[in-house]
Write a new protein. Structure first.
Length: 749
């Protein structure tokens, strides 16, 4: 409420200029229904009137205006309206007492300030050049959300407003919540200081739907007029079977317009407190953020396949990232992720990352061209199945693209890269340089056939030291050099046939591809396989010239692919589609793909996809891989969901056989399901589970939660049960309660 600096200013500008004697020509009074409009009153002994105090002129509209010389009062009555600089004050009557310099507005007093705040009151009394005031029966509605109700209010020095027997809420909900909004704060006294933009409460009670749930002798929060303000954030309550009952409380520190910090602590009944912190800063062309934590606690580690209890030790983590926009072509940055041990991040629910990345980089953008140079280091925080993570020191990648249709009706492209992989000690290190120059053209025939042609030449050079092969054969040379060169041509052609059927279209699209390549030695021991191990064939990768990921392995010689896409597509968005395809190598020998990849035979496994959607309510996507000789299932994945407004169901089933000659030695089979039901207008329940049908069969995860999403408050209660090994740091039961109040630390509501 700001009646001192807003409504007070309006009344002051109009009435403070009126003396005991008023120039007759400046004042026109009518006793009839016609309104009176007064733009400026002036003293009889002064020059022509000017705006007072540099303020804009004020318009006054009233049915009657009288001046009582004996009582030294000026009275405006009957639908009184004062307007100035976007501010409006309305009342049944406004009286100005010249002797006491007091203005009193009464009868349905309404004031709207230029910021959009709206105030209602029974009576308003202003004095001391309108710097001080008193109000009765005030109701204030703030433009940025929120409303005050108070029995009385008092204003001092045009800055501090004190309200008594009052309440505050940001809820602007349906009429049924008028008396008992989702939340409100009741207090004996609320003080609003406009200079510090802060609201403070004494003897405050926090109500939820009219029921008191929390009392505090003192409470304070920003008034919402500025975007950032130091103060406590909403707490998070929880329970963890390892940590015990816990509460996380953070304090936001608005250091300066370009920097801030968040400091906090997580207090637990079973472990020592956890300190939390985050710092952010922006510069003219740069920004960075750091966050971390530390504590002293014990943990369970896994050594040689056996769980081992570690004594209490200092533990923590540090995450950060930054970016510097040097100019319109150059940008650089960094990323930091490190943790004291493998269990820490999951144990304290700080991150679920399996591999932490540390990076420093510089990028260049120029038209269609791009280049980047980076150095990276990794930390694998998985308890089991850790992968070998070398350091990248350095990697340089440059890509160049020509203008479309500028070169033989197509576009040229060129890609170059250099990579250094370093494992400190006597483990294998590798340096690699690669280059590729190509041309591509897309052609559409008049009868609808679409053809994309690619031609390229690629070359790679390798230098390897401390080769892994010496571990099994110490007599072999630990250093090697290798080079290879591969020309390649690739053509993909499709012919869609479309037939309208009532309110839908039927489409049948045969697709074929042909790749012609040279022959290289993929089995060369001088070329290590660092980045091409995870080979997977599916409907998306089937028609690529090279199905290997990464650079170290290349699909050579000639092969072809063929398949067909069919579908029915409704004009309203519903559809159903089917795809089936296969790859065939012209040479039966020298196959570079490992067994289990689906590409190790001359005729690859069949891959397909069945997808559909109905009225944006039901969705299905089924991807599969069938062995080419026995039609047995090698991999299939089903995702489905349904939405009936009040009830939503979703699920995912995944099955993949073990891949021979790879690190994936076990068959994987999992079922994940989830459900959400809307039990009331603003309430919903949710549940989910993850079940493993693999070699260690059993329930892996279960979730049960309840959410309230109202007009001014959100609440969430989530219970999660993870059934993994104790040494993972993630095993156990977690219960977390979160609450967000609009205008009090959660403006996203």
């Amino acid at each position: 409420m700001r009646f001192g600096k807003t409504s007070c200013l309006l009344v002051t500008t109009i009435l403070a200029a009126v003396p005991a004697t008023v120039r007759a020509q400046a004042l026109t009074v009518t006793d009839g229904p016609a309104p009176l409009k007064l733009t400026q009153l002036s003293r009889s002994d002064e020059a022509p009137p000017q705006p007072i105090g540099g303020e804009q002129p004020v318009d006054l509209v009233a049915e009657n205006l009288t001046h009582d010389e004996a009582g030294q009062t000026i009275t405006a009555a009957g639908h009184v309206t004062l307007k100035q600089a976007g501010r409006i004050l309305k009342a049944d009557q406004v009286i100005y007492n010249l002797a006491t310099d007091t203005v009193t507005a009464s009868g349905h007093v309404v004031f709207a300030d230029k910021g959009g705040d709206l105030h209602f009151a029974d009576t308003v009394t202003l004095k001391n050049q309108m710097k001080d005031g008193f109000v009765e029966g005030v109701r204030s509605y703030l433009a940025k959300g929120g409303r005050f109700n108070a029995e009385t209010g008092e204003r001092k020095d045009a800055r501090v407003t004190t309200m008594r027997d009052t309440s505050f809420t940001t809820c602007d909900c349906k009429a049924s919540y008028e008396d008992h909004p989702p939340w409100r704060i009741r207090a004996k006294e609320i003080k609003h200081d406009e200079s510090t933009h802060r609201v403070t409460y004494k003897n405050a009670t926090f109500d939820v739907f009219g029921a008191p749930v929390l009392w505090t002798p003192y409470f304070s929060h920003p008034d919402g007029q500025i975007k950032r303000k130091s103060g406590l954030l909403s707490p998070v309550l929880g329970y963890d079977s390892q940590l015990g009952a816990n509460i996380t409380q953070r304090y936001y520190w608005d250091i300066a317009p370009d920097k801030d910090a968040t400091l906090g602590v997580m207090a637990m009944t079973e472990e020592a407190p956890l300190a939390l912190g985050e710092y952010r800063q922006r510069f003219n062309k740069a920004e960075f953020k750091l966050n971390g934590s530390f504590t002293s606690s014990s943990r369970t580690d896994r050594v040689g396949g056996v769980n081992v209890r570690k004594d209490e030790e200092l533990r923590g983590h540090l995450f950060g990232r930054g970016r510097w926009d040097i100019n319109d072509k150059w940008r650089s940055g960094f990323k930091v992720q490190t943790a004291s041990d493998d269990q820490y991040l999951r144990q304290y629910d700080l991150s679920s990352e399996d591999v932490l990345e540390n990076e420093i980089y510089a990028e260049r953008f120029s038209g269609r061209n791009y280049a980047v140079a980076r150095a990276m280091a990794f930390q694998d925080v998985r308890i089991e199945d850790k992968a070998d993570q070398p350091n990248i020191l350095p990697e340089v990648v440059a890509s160049f693209r020509g203008e479309p249709n500028a070169t033989l009706g197509g576009r040229w492209d060129a890609d170059f890269s250099a990579l250094g992989l370093t494992r400190f000690g006597t483990e294998q290190d590798m340096n690699r340089a690669s280059g590729r120059v190509g041309w591509q053209r897309r052609m559409v025939a008049g009868f609808g056939m679409v053809t994309t042609a690619d031609a390229s030449v690629r070359g790679d050079v390798y230098q390897v030291t401390d080769r892994d092969i010496t571990n099994s054969d110490p007599g072999r040379d630990g250093n090697s050099h290798a080079a290879r060169f591969l020309p390649q041509g690739h053509v993909v052609t499709s012919m869609p046939f479309v037939k309208p059927v009532k309110n839908m279209q039927a489409i049948v699209e045969p697709v074929a591809a042909l790749t012609v390549s040279g022959n290289i030695d993929n089995e060369s021991e001088d070329v290590p396989n660092e980045d091409s191990q995870d080979v997977q064939i599916d409907s998306n990768s089937l028609f690529r010239a090279n199905r290997f990921p990464g650079y170290d392995r290349i699909e050579d010689r000639s092969h072809m692919e063929y398949g067909v896409r069919t579908g029915l597509y409704d004009n309203g968005g519903s559809y159903g589609s089917i795809f089936l395809g296969q790859s065939y190598r012209f040479n039966d020998d020298d196959n570079p793909f490992p067994r289990g990849s689906g590409l190790s035979r001359q005729a690859s496994d069949y891959v397909g996809e069945i997808a559909g959607a109905v009225d944006n309510r039901y969705n299905l996507n089924y991807r599969f891989q069938l062995a080419s000789d026995t039609f047995s299932s090698q991999r299939h994945e089903v995702e489905a969901n349904a939405n009936w407004d009040r009830l939503q169901l979703g699920g995912r089933y995944f099955y993949a056989k073990a891949l021979e000659d790879t690190d994936i030695e076990e068959t994987r089979e999992q079922l994940e399901s989830n459900a959400t039901i809307k039990v009331a207008q603003d309430w919903k329940m949710r549940t989910g589970a993850l079940y493993d049908f693999g070699e260690n069969q059993g329930l892996r995860k279960a979730i049960l939660g309840a959410d309230y999403t109202g007009c001014c408050m959100v609440m969430s209660l989530t219970a999660t049960r993870n059934l993994t090994t104790e040494s993972s740091g993630d095993s156990g039961t977690d219960i977390i309660f979160r609450i967000g109040l609009k205008g009090l630390g959660d403006d996203a509501i």
